[in-house]
Write a protein that binds this ligand. Sequence first.
Ligand SMILES: Cc1cc2nc3c(=O)[nH]c(=O)nc-3n(C[C@H](O)[C@H](O)[C@H](O)COP(=O)(O)OP(=O)(O)OC[C@H]3O[C@@H](n4cnc5c(N)ncnc54)[C@H](O)[C@@H]3O)c2cc1C
Ligand code: FES
Length: 304
Amino acid sequence: MKIRGQNKRKLTRRQKMCKCGCGTKTRQIEVKPLYSPMEGTIVGTKRMTENEKFFEIRLENVERFDYLPGQFVQFSILGIGEAPISISSTPTKKDKSTFEVCVRKAGVFTKAMHHLDLGDKIGVRGPFGRPFPIDSLQGNDLIFVAGGLGIVPLRSLINFVMDKRRDFGKVTILLGCKAPKERLFTKEIEEWSKRTDITYACTVDKADPDWKGNVGVITTLIPGVDIDINRTYAVVVGPPIMYKFVIAELIKKGLSPRQIVLSLERHMKCGLGKCGHCQINDKYVCQDGPTFTYDEIKGMEEAL
Ligand SMILES: Cc1cc2nc3c(=O)[nH]c(=O)nc-3n(C[C@H](O)[C@H](O)[C@H](O)COP(=O)(O)OP(=O)(O)OC[C@H]3O[C@@H](n4cnc5c(N)ncnc54)[C@H](O)[C@@H]3O)c2cc1C
Ligand code: FES
């Protein structure tokens, strides 16, 4: 599959004017678009929980921002730094000049991002990374397993599938989080849960007095799922601790490692396969991933 936007290694040329102010164009300098941040403007925000904030970002002078579910951008704030954040909107949405993200307060950069509001500017590089393998998923049954913040990148793929519903088989969405108040995208998820063409289940590790749903870790939802092992892919995104247990349950249900797709998070700097910060054995998570089939990484001790 061609990854639009990712391989634009073509150099753009900027012209420099003569310093004396005479208006003469003196020379050209070359700028690689993937190294130089584009200017983003915050055009929508929503506080989702105490620690998570939603942003819609418009790229200035970019009519159409091409990306695919599973890809991420590198945000930058002057004087603070950069951080990789998954794209949470679907490329099938109407307005192609904006994209959406959800950011959890973790440290210096993400706290600074939480202070941004409507009209504020942010640097954006990307999109980066290998998307979810949509070509392989097409025509098959899908089980989405999202733990905590894992729903952020998965929302992009789930809404993509919803918009192209006929191209996919049965869809099951399993969500898990620590507590009911930590659930993200609650209105949207309620809409999904009402659809007759998907199976939906949610669980929390610890209930509050108003919670009437399942209680327990996300793996407790898997035994109840009806799986046709000949035509099912599971797409799993969540905290590192979750993967081992979810994978074991899915294998128990009869899925092979090639039918399990994961998204890995690693510390990243360049996002371009240059600095080595995200390296696991011979893989650069920023370029070879962040999405992998379990088959591709199962022998690597550091991966999970
Ligand atoms: C491909 C990718 C996609 C991501 N998508 C999202 C997203 O959609 N929303 C979101 O909120 N966060 C996402 N993250 C995590 C986010 O990049 C980190 O939380 C952020 O870089 C932390 O920067 P900071 O300066 O706020 O925190 P720091 O001060 O750098 O660190 C604070 C804490 O966060 C931990 N941390 C730092 N970087 C990472 C990282 N890359 N992964 C996990 N923990 C980290 C540190 O170990 C430390 O404990 C993603 C990371 C990757 C690699
Ligand atoms: S982040 Fe630099 S090589 Fe992956």
